[in-house]
Design a protein around this ligand. Structure first.
Ligand code: PEP
Length: 250
């Protein structure tokens, strides 16, 4: 039985004051109920110390939204895995589609970030998914396979025993257009089968999250699918009540 996981991606939103309130609201809501998936929030780098203090000792985990693909050195603007560990980071998103689209992340640099996270004991959340054009050209499976292949080639399949995958169709992120339960399940099943062909035990164990306009009113249906183990939540994670409802809908 896989443990469910719901991760909020706050992206570049909020202020120190509003983000502290948001974290406090989520922690209070999780404390008030024992029935919930494991939950974490991936916050902007600068807020890691403050949010880290709030989540300490709570059921809310802490993550970053990106991680350097090098260990240290002359890489202006990057934040190393070893630095994130100092602030209690347990998770790091790698290869979010916004990083791939706007900041030039490639399958290779994503694979390097994945390895850097694992070297410091941070669980990488590997984001993969197709664009609308790729879906319309029936390339969805090929795209996610290639995104996985490059990481498997660099890190090895066994590295996936300490990783999370987030399937995020690019056309569904921040658009209000969610994949149907069946569309998402079809790709999740394909991802799990693809990994199973290399290692059945890892495939059975790995958490595969769905991301893309997930909200309180559609999360239940998505999370009921056999290969969907939780969600990566953008917009709806910016409101404590919505995020908690999603965490409780597992
Ligand atoms: C995301 O940023 O990973 C995401 C899924 O965003 P949203 O939920 O807003 O579509």
């Amino acid at each position: 039985m896989r443990q469910s996981l719901v991760v909020g991606n706050w992206k570049m939103n909020g202020t120190l004051a509003t983000n502290k309130l948001l974290a406090e609201g989520i922690v209070a809501g999780l404390n008030a109920s024992s029935e919930s998936a494991a939950c974490a929030v991936c916050v902007p780098f600068v807020y890691l110390p403050s949010i880290g203090d709030i989540v300490k000792g709570s059921r809310l985990g802490l993550g970053a939204q990106n991680i350097a693909n090098k260990a240290s050195g002359a890489f202006t603007g990057e934040v190393a895995a070893s630095m994130l560990v100092e602030f209690g980071c347990q998770y790091a998103l790698v290869g979010h589609s916004e990083r791939r689209t706007y900041y030039g992340d490639t399958n290779q640099t994503v694979a390097e970030r994945f390895c850097q996270a694992q070297e410091q004991g941070i669980t990488p959340i590997l984001c993969i998914g197709e664009t609308l054009a790729q879906r319309e050209n029936n390339q969805t499976f090929a795209v996610v396979e290639e995104q996985l292949d490059v990481v498997i080639a660099l890190a090895g399949i066994h590295a996936f025993s300490k990783a999370v995958i987030a399937y995020e169709p690019v056309w569904a992120i921040g658009t209000g257009k969610t994949a149907t339960d069946e569309q998402a399940q079809e790709v999740h099943h394909h991802i799990r089968s693809y990994i199973a062909a290399k290692d059945q035990t890892i495939a059975d164990k790995i958490q595969i999250l769905y991301g893309g306009s997930a909200k309180p009113d559609n999360a239940k249906g998505l999370f009921a699918m056999p290969d969907i183990d939780g969600g990566l939540i953008g917009g709806a994670s910016l409101d404590a009540e919505s995020f908690l409802q999603i965490c409780h809908s597992i």
